[in-house]
Design a protein around this ligand. Structure first.
Ligand code: ZN
Length: 367
């Protein structure tokens, strides 16, 4: 044994409890199986985020990732790595009807690997604290507490308007109603940075913005889609939005009824590559496309899918549209090789486009 090359001492540890089963299959080969949370959780976007601990020099390991849900295997070809603050992608070597195989270059020290970048409650708190301390006009508050007593943190940006007169409308931007869809948190980081930068000065002074990077902190703690295990009518923040008495869902509903937002953006994530925009008003959708589609906005995606959505009973976004005339935009921002910075840029672009659509609709033309 001593004559052979030293065995790899790489260790794989799940960063998020209860999401995977890890089994070593060879010297540099692991089998990682995602846990299924039951049909109500959909399981298409289950979280896998592993810490790779390598006490030696850089080496390449093979990870067979067995998904919890097998309906869309053609969309299971990309995984993510993170070293320090830098993210990268890994393309699958092979995809079987259940499993994608990735060869991952593991540097010495610690790095991370997974199906898509993970964003925890601690990441959200860090971001909000940083913005809150660095920028004036920002208030950090909780809109209520979750079933497991976690605060639902909201950053409110309310700068002094220069002689605008009249009360300012509220704009609400939320991520992680489905807590496993992590891109929403980065979209809100991007929207926040946009608002607090030079580009955002105009609209920052005309509205009060409420940004909620993780609206479902219990789901984020357990890496599940819903607020907890149980029926969707009770614990899915979208499907139970108007009727459920789940504490997280009720807290968001009460806050939206109180704020009566003029605009509401809710970020989601699905597996398809093309990003999605959902709206209730045709002209809002057309203005969004005009602002977001390349080449008008070269930072955006080359293509967007747009859906004009009819009435949605029990969905809080449609209730806001119906009750308050809210300009509503909901998204699916897919990973599929996009990096967190790309998603953040999309979050900024979507906020900007939504406000243009809202102001066009309400007859304001100076933005
Ligand atoms: Zn979703």
């Amino acid at each position: 044994m001593n004559q052979k090359a030293p065995a790899s001492d790489v260790q794989l540890v799940s960063e998020v409890r209860g999401t995977v089963r890890i089994r070593r299959r060879g010297e540099r080969e692991w089998h990682v199986a995602q846990c299924s949370f039951g049909d109500e959780h959909d399981n298409n976007q289950n979280v896998t985020w592993l810490r790779l601990v390598n006490p030696g020099r850089q080496t390449t390991i093979r990870i067979h990732l067995k998904w919890a849900e097998f309906r869309h295997m053609d969309l299971r070809r990309i995984a993510y790595v993170r070293q320090g603050e830098t993210y990268g992608i890994v393309r699958a070597e092979a995809v079987t009807p259940t499993t994608s195989t990735f060869d991952v270059a593991v540097p010495g020290g610690e790095s991370l690997f997974g199906a898509f970048p993970w964003y925890s409650n601690a990441d959200g708190e860090q971001f909000l604290e940083r913005v809150h301390t660095q920028s004036s006009g920002c208030t950090l508050r909780s809109i209520g507490t979750s079933g497991d007593d976690r605060p639902i943190q909201c950053l409110t940006i309310d700068t002094e308007a220069q002689g605008s007169g009249g009360p300012k409308g509220n704009v609400v931007v939320i991520g992680r109603m489905h807590a496993n869809e992590t891109c929403g948190s980065w979209a809100i980081e991007g929207a926040t940075d946009f608002l607090l930068g030079d580009e955002g000065r105009d609209i920052r002074d005309r509205y009060v913005f409420h940004l909620i990077p993780i609206v479902n902190p219990d789901g984020a703690a357990n890496a599940t889609k819903l607020t907890r295990m149980g029926p969707v009518a009770q614990h899915d923040m979208v499907q139970g939005g108007v009727t459920s008495d789940d504490p997280t869902i009720k807290a968001l509903r009460d806050e939206l009824y109180r704020l009566q937002p003029v605009a509401l953006i809710s970020h989601h994530c699905y597996l398809l590559s093309v990003p999605f925009l959902g709206v209730f008003e045709k002209q809002v959708g057309l203005t969004l496309l005009d602002e977001l589609v390349w080449p008008h906005s070269p930072r955006g995606s080359a293509a967007w899918m747009l859906r004009f959505t009819g009435p949605e009973a029990k969905f809080i976004r449609h209730e806001c549209f119906k009750r308050f005339g809210t300009t509503v935009v909901f998204t699916e921002l897919p990973w599929q090789g996009r990096l967190p910075n790309d998603i953040a840029q999309m979050g900024a672009d979507i906020l900007r486009a939504t406000m243009i659509a809202h102001e066009a609709k309400s007859g304001r033309h100076h933005y």
